[in-house]
Design a protein. Sequence first.
Length: 255
Amino acid sequence: MGKVLYYTLVDLARNRSVVAFTALILAVAEGLFLVEADPVKALLSLVQVMLALVPLVSLILTVVHTYDTHEFTQLLAVQPIGRRAILGGRIGAMALALLVALLFGLGLPLTVHAPGSTSMVLLVAVVLLAWVHAALGTLIALVHRDKARGVGVALVAWAGFVLLYDALLMALLFAFSDRPIEPLVLPIAALNPIDLARIAIMIRVDLAAMMGYSGAVYQQMLGSGPGTAVALGLMIAWIAWPTLMAFRVFRRKDL
């Protein structure tokens, strides 16, 4: 697995998309901090941008890279290397590439302009969010052989997390406005990793208006510290299940 990890990392280091992703995150973060004099307001704006941009780029980047390196994967599969080692090395390399990109692109501006625990939670949540969508992207690319279909499914998944989820949550709130649905909000929020990241960050900032209904319920029922821990823990679960499913699909897949 180590050699697969190394050669995939070398390939990703030469990939212009990864470099462009790092430069884009750095430009957005620096631009927001330079435009907004108040670091807290700049941080809030950065949260909204990162929660939409990072999942999209991580998802598409992983899907496209998986399809583009399919021949390399076939070559590895005929070597005396286990399939678990092949996929583990490739997923690990993508996770490391995204981690380095976010540490440089997002971590440096946060350290310079807004050091503190809130910035640390933001960075951790965004890294976990990138890993979630990298795992989902790998699973999508393994399930669908056609590249166009795989990219389309990835875009639909991203739109569902960013757009449809909020609309469905609001519809549920209006439909059951006369009943106490707070106990249902926690499991519903767990269905969306982007909402979990937003909750983890906004609980630290302590702005209920920016957290939304699910975030306010998290803070009310769990408190600030436990609420952040639960949200980040559920994000780790979101990394685990697509990764395990990807290993299962890859083990049975006819390359």
